[in-house]
Design a protein around this ligand. Sequence first.
Ligand SMILES: [Zn+2]
Length: 462
Amino acid sequence: MVTRLVSLFLVFIVSVNQIFAQNILNETTSVSWENNSLILNTTNKITYAEARLKDPERLIIDILNCSLQNKSLETKFRSELDENISVSEPTQGQVRIIFQGISSINRKAYLTNNERTLIIKVARIDTEENGKITESSDQTDLEKYTPGKFKDIIVEGIQDETEITISSTKSIKYNTYALKNPDRIAIDLLNVLPPESSLPKFNPTFLVSGIRIGRAASSIDATRIVIDLAKENIDSNIDSTLLGNKLKIKLKINKEKEEERKKSSIKVVIDPGHGGYDTGASYGGFDEKDVNLVISEKLKKSLEEYGIAVFLTRDDDGFLSLAERVEITNSIKPHVFISIHGNALKTTRTIRGVETYWWTGKSEKLAYLIHKSILSHIKIPDHFIRKARFFVIRHASCPAILAELGFLSNHDDRKLLTNSTTQDKYAKALTEAILKFLDVEPRKEERNGESAMGRDGEKKKQ
Ligand SMILES: [Zn+2]
């Protein structure tokens, strides 16, 4: 009993550093098992003492002045070599690792260069000397657990693409996280120490508004890079293969998603003029209110194909006052307001053509685009674009125009306004002008000069 106690004291090695390290409390942040080795990471330099005991064979390692960051780091398991292994904090401020079993004879503890990682592995055995442990540690294996140093980060932005290249002194292990509100990408470089000095100022690109670099929360030896995105719907692609000690992050706008987003947030109000007892102009058996509604509904359908949210001030033959039309419109807060009318002149039936009216600032551009588009799609004279104080366009809270699509009092114009094919052309002309005004891209099929119809006459899936 006495002899064993003596031998226990003899094998305990206490380094001088321990005395100076006493006042800095160290914390164990992770305990893992890899390649038959126990790997323990801490926040500060490790000071440890080891003891070997017999009957049964045990290797005991005490990490001095160190606690476990949380209870979940307490570990107990059986190794591939039939050892019972435990990690615990039996007394506060001292982490104890026990390997129990015959194989523990061959185990040895190593510290990595930064002295914050302890690896307990099976040492290389010199078989010629019948299982005697050599004292040389395996440098290449130790190197594996030593974190790399952050070298630099290069950001290159070319139009709607940005490439970010991160360099380290070692091959980078990483995790990425896509974060919302605001949109950003976080990348944890798991085996790279944060840069020691501040990095040169970063110039924002079209897609990236900022880059922040700091210590990752997960480990003292890991770096977190946060990329603040300047746009929504950005696809990111991370590549670490064939790049040596580099990580390349490619950012690109997802054009389809971006278009969807733009369109879904766009609202248009169409106001079919007149309604109910107010028939508007009435010629050749046609009431203006009906013509206005039919063309408005066609325009609605056409705009909706682009994902635009379209609202009609009336979708039946009900009467609406001008004030009610404005109230409906302004409660929707649309991006564009279009009032659809047919013209008439009692005195002379030879007058024909398109008239487009606007009142406020941006409405002039909208009026111009609509007027021009109608004239390019339909064979009808250009009557004029004019600034006029019509109630609905004066009070709508967005770019607003009133279009007199033709003269119902004129025979030729009336044919255009009441014929289903030319009504479709009006809808197409107005749609194109509105898309142009709102800066919405036409569909792919149209970009390629094809129609929206497939060869078999069926509509292609959008
Ligand atoms: Zn009218």
